[in-house]
Design a protein around this ligand. Structure first.
Ligand code: F6P
Length: 340
């Protein structure tokens, strides 16, 4: 069988490792793979590349995706779905492996309902897919942000400043939460919780009095009084594009005004998505990619691979995209233990 592999949505660590594993495991079954370029765009516009042993050699050490990615949605493009099906036929694809987050997998689920033989692989640095315990990409991102936070503590404590680290996270605050807990942040702001401004300001003043610096970690998706909600541009999946929101800067002005303390902000942004993939992400992605090739061999379509406990299992794409995994009360309560 010939299997098409595509990566859609924001890139993250682990994609190359998952591609490599899917290709190598497919070879075990006598199947061959074709790389679809730039996510769903490649299937619509007919862009592909060979994807065999030679192409995946050496990519285990790299983040990003050798196939390229995009946020193109076939259901929003003129004759998008029709062209997807035509190109699958033209390339003699017996099945597809779609690697992505809620948007890419949402498209996969719809295509499956229309008869396309498809298996999903979950990836996202946001870790916000509810059907899997962890998504690859998250560990590398949060580790990179944690290292940035440690660097900010060094300089912040020298200058007696309040330091703010803005991290990615549109709807879910997992990256901010884990980064904040792991780096000993004094306050964390996540999109799931309304900021308690007064409490935060008083706490920052206390902390700064005690140790001469304070560190805050904030998700880019946080709502602050000075930010107008709903005015952001939207992408093809209807999500806000947050790059112009400047959460960190807004927060910094607020803290300076309310505390009188010198404050600096750093936005780690896309640096969280590149760099050396962590051991955890490499292994998880490798297991996911191999499992996807196995599901195809077993004819189990309409499924997504998932980590449950320490097992790689399959769940239906329908279940996988049903709801986002947001920071729950138990995790938030744990985080608050350290706001002292
Ligand atoms: O993939 C999700 C995400 O990492 C969000 O946390 C962030 O808002 C968005 O991607 C940024 O996307 P882009 O690469 O299009 O700027």
């Amino acid at each position: 069988m010939r299997i098409g592999i595509l990566t859609g949505g924001g890139d993250c660590a682990g994609l190359n490792q998952a591609i490599r594993a899917a290709v190598l495991r497919s070879l075990d079954f006598g199947n061959e793979c074709l790389g679809i370029l730039e996510g769903w765009r490649g299937l619509i516009e007919g862009k592909s590349q060979p994807l065999g042993l030679k192409e995946v050699e050496g990519i285990v050490e790299r983040s990003g995706t050798i196939l390229g990615t995009s946020r193109v949605n076939p259901y929003k493009e003129e004759k998008g779905v029709e062209r997807v099906k035509e190109n699958m036929k033209k390339w003699s694809l017996g099945a597809l492996i779609a690697m992505g987050g809620e948007d890419t997998l949402g498209v996969a689920e719809k295509l499956f309902a229309e008869g396309v033989k498809i298996v999903g692989v979950p990836k996202t640095m946001d870790n916000d897919l509810s059907a899997t315990d962890y998504t690859f990409g998250f560990d590398s991102s949060a580790t990179r942000a944690m290292e940035a936070a440690s660097a900010l503590i060094d300089t912040g404590s020298s200058h007696r400043r309040v330091m703010i680290l803005e991290v990615m996270g549109r709807h879910a605050g997992w990256v901010a939460l884990f980064t904040g807990i792991a780096s000993g942040a004094d306050w964390i702001l996540i999109p799931e919780r309304k900021p308690e401004i007064k409490k935060m300001v008083n706490h920052i003043k206390d902390v700064h009095r005690r140790k001469n610096y304070a560190l805050l970690v904030a998700s880019e998706g946080v709502t602050l009084p000075a930010l107008k909600v709903g005015e952001e541009e939207k992408d093809k999946f209807g999500h806000m594009i947050l790059k112009k929101r400047k959460v960190g800067e807004t927060l910094s002005k607020l803290i300076e005004k309310e505390t009188g303390l010198e404050t600096r902000v750093s936005v780690i942004g896309h640096m969280q998505r590149g760099g050396v993939p962590s051991l955890f992400d490499r292994i998880l992605a490798t297991r996911c990619g191999a499992k996807a090739a196995e599901l195809i061999q077993e004819g189990k379509f309409g499924q997504m691979v998932a980590l449950r406990g320490n097992e790689i299992v399959e769940v239906s794409l329908k279940e996988a995209v049903a709801k986002l995994k947001l920071v729950d009360e138990a995790w938030w309560s744990l985080a608050k233990v350290f706001f002292k």
